[in-house]
Every structure is written in structure tokens, then in C-alpha cells.
Design a protein around this ligand. Structure first.
Ligand SMILES: CSC[C@H]1O[C@H](OP(=O)(O)O)[C@H](O)[C@@H]1O
Length: 312
């Protein structure tokens, strides 16, 4: 199954807001509909957003306003803008050239995730590894295989995975809804935990490595990722556990010097005061909802890409 692809002249994507209850493919033919899918996280995850951005340029017909709206649909993951730019660079050559470039973005991601899985599995020592993850970094965040969860998948295929401890990842529950769904499909051993249990289980010695994805990696290695990543980095540091970022080269943004320059998406209060439409806080409760945080490079043991291992 591909999370996102070009099918019959349109963008076909898994509507991730409906998982794990239903696996529904959405067919998108306009930039407006694609922007909506990005903003409501029907399609999400930095690598998948890169492919969405590139394919969206094909849908745009070159309209600058549509391209600009797509490029700005979510600010933190550099991959969205990067994907748009990779396809838009061929607009002067015509639609077929733009489509070919967009399909290269898709195919490059497929190859990159497989390479990251191998490189990451090779980096980690041990044959019965207990891995902690946050958010969702499987094929649902990319095209076929994932980034951090792609390393988990490779470890599992090689018989080196003891268990995954997956943070539920409030507020949108990418861990509870998506990571568990993917791990069950892989038949990989896993348990779901509350976000706040992560640092405690690290302190108890229950974890051999923390593997996370990334939305933007600054030039100095500071890394923006799902909210809750920084807390795991602090817990991993104190527990002496490797904290490894797994992300394609396209997530490294040399134009952003350090973490304080990364724009953190604020997704508004509704996702905090309600869970899947059920209110959990009193009417009128105000809320703060940063969708990402930044882990300083000195808390990161390694950044694994499809090409290299970087020690920030
Ligand atoms: C494979 S990187 C995926 C990355 O994107 C997620 O954010 P969102 O679900 O809001 O798109 C999260 O930060 C993951 O680490």
C-alpha cells in the first residue's frame, strides 16, 4: 500500500484521519482539496508532505497563487516547501516535466526510507532491542516504508526487535491510532503508553533506544519534531539511552541556522480541549497547542539519513 501516489491523473492518498477505524483512499484533483487534506492531517508526516507538495504542483497547472497556498499549508516540515520547489523548478518545461519531477520525489522517498532502515538498524547495537517512539514515522508518514519506524521494521525483519513502546502522542494520537495500526500489520511486538510515561520508563531502564522522525533539522542539528520529543530527549540523556533522529536529507534545512529559527505550527485550542470531537475540558477552557518542539543538537546521539550518520 502507498500512503500517497499519482493515480489516474490525480493524487490518491490514505485519509489518515479515519484510521485505525477505516482505511479509506481519497482521490484529490484540485490544490484546494490537497491543501485541505494537508491542513487536517489526512496526509501528514514530513516525507509524505514532500510528495504531496510535489504532486500538488502538477494539480496547480502552474498557478502561482495555488502553489504559494500549498507551499504554506503547514509551516514546520521543510519537506512540504522542498517538494513544491522540486516540482515547480520544472514548470518552464511543461506539465509532463513537472509530473516526472514529482514522481522522482515519490520514488526517491521510497528508496531513501529503505536505505534509512538499513543504516539505522546497522547503527544500533543489540539483538533484542526495546525501542521507544513518538508520533508516527511509518509508511503513513512517507510513501511505502517509514523513517524511524522504518528502522523498527528492518530490525523486526532481522529478528532484532524485542518490543516497541509507542507514545500515544496527544493531541491527535498519531501513536495510538497510526503507529499501533502499522506495528500490528507488521506483526511487531508493541505496547502503547501515555506520553508522560516515556521519561519514567527511560529512567526505569525499560528502553534501549529512542527513535524519532523529524520535520525540520536546522544547520546545527537542532531538530523540530512532534511535541513530546524534547521530553524524551531529556529522559534519554539522563538515562544514558541513545536518542536517534531518522530523517531523509530533504529534512535538513541549511537555510535555518538553529532551532530557535524554526517556525512551530500552532494548531489552536480545539485539538486540546476535545479528543476526536468529544470535549474533555469545560466549555470556554483556553488552551495552548504547539504541534512540535525542538530538541537541541547536544541531546541528539545521531541523525540517520539515507546517505550518512551525522553526530551533531
Ligand atoms: C517521518 S517524519 C513524520 C513526522 O511528522 C509528524 O508530524 P505530523 O503528524 O503533525 O505531520 C511527526 O512530527 C513525525 O515525527
Amino acid at each position: 500500500m502507498r500512503t500517497i501516489d499519482w493515480v489516474d491523473g490525480g493524487v490518491e492518498l490514505v485519509d489518515q484521519t479515519l484510521l485505525p477505524d477505516k482505511c479509506v483512499m481519497l482521490r484529490v484533483h484540485t490544490v484546494d482539496d490537497l491543501v485541505d487534506a494537508v491542513r487536517r492531517l489526512a496526509v501528514r508526516g514530513a516525507p509524505a508532505l514532500g510528495v504531496a507538495g510535489a504532486l500538488g504542483v502538477v494539480l496547480s497547472g502552474g498557478d502561482p497563487g495555488q502553489i504559494a497556498r500549498l507551499r504554506a499549508a503547514r509551516p514546520t516540515a521543510v519537506n512540504l516547501a522542498w517538494g513544491v520547489d522540486r516540482a515547480a523548478a520544472h514548470l518552464h518545461e511543461g506539465r509532463e516535466a513537472v509530473l516526472a519531477a514529482a514522481l522522482r520525489v515519490r520514488d526517491d522517498d521510497i528508496a531513501a526510507c529503505r536505505a534509512m532502515g538499513e543504516r539505522g538498524a546497522g547503527l544500533l547495537e543489540g539483538d533484542r532491542l526495546r525501542i521507544m517512539t513518538v508520533c508516527n514515522t511509518g509508511g503513513l508518514a512517507a510513501v511505502e516504508r517509514g523513517t524511524a519506524l522504518g528502522v523498527v521494521q528492518t530490525l523486526h525483519e532481522r529478528g532484532r526487535l524485542a518490543e516497541v513502546l509507542a507514545l500515544e502522542t496527544r493531541p491527535l494520537l498519531q501513536g495510538a491510532r497510526l503507529t499501533t495500526w502499522e506495528l500490528a500489520r507488521m506483526d511487531a511486538p508493541h505496547r502503547l503508553i501515555a506520553d508522560s510515561a516515556g521519561p519514567y520508563l527511560l529512567a526505569k531502564g525499560e528502553v534501549d533506544a529512542v527513535l524519532i522522525g523529524a520535520d525540520r533539522i536546522a544547520a546545527n542539528g537542532d531538530t523540530a519534531n512532534k511535541i513530546g520529543s524534547y521530553a524524551l530527549a531529556l529522559g534519554a540523556e539522563r538515562a544514558g539511552v541513545p536518542f536517534v533522529v531518522v530523517a531523509p536529507e530533504s529534512t535538513i534545512d541549511e537555510n535555518t541556522p538553529s532551532g530557535e529559527h524554526i517556525e512551530i505550527e500552532d494548531r489552536g485550542p480545539d485539538e486540546i480541549v476535545s479528543i476526536r470531537g468529544v470535549r474533555v475540558a469545560p466549555e470556554g477552557t483556553r488552551a495552548l497547542n504547539p504541534a512540535f518542539d525542538v530538541t537541541p543538537h547536544d541531546l541528539i546521539s545521531a541523525i540517520v539519513t539515507e546517505e550518512r550518520v551525522i553526530r551533531p
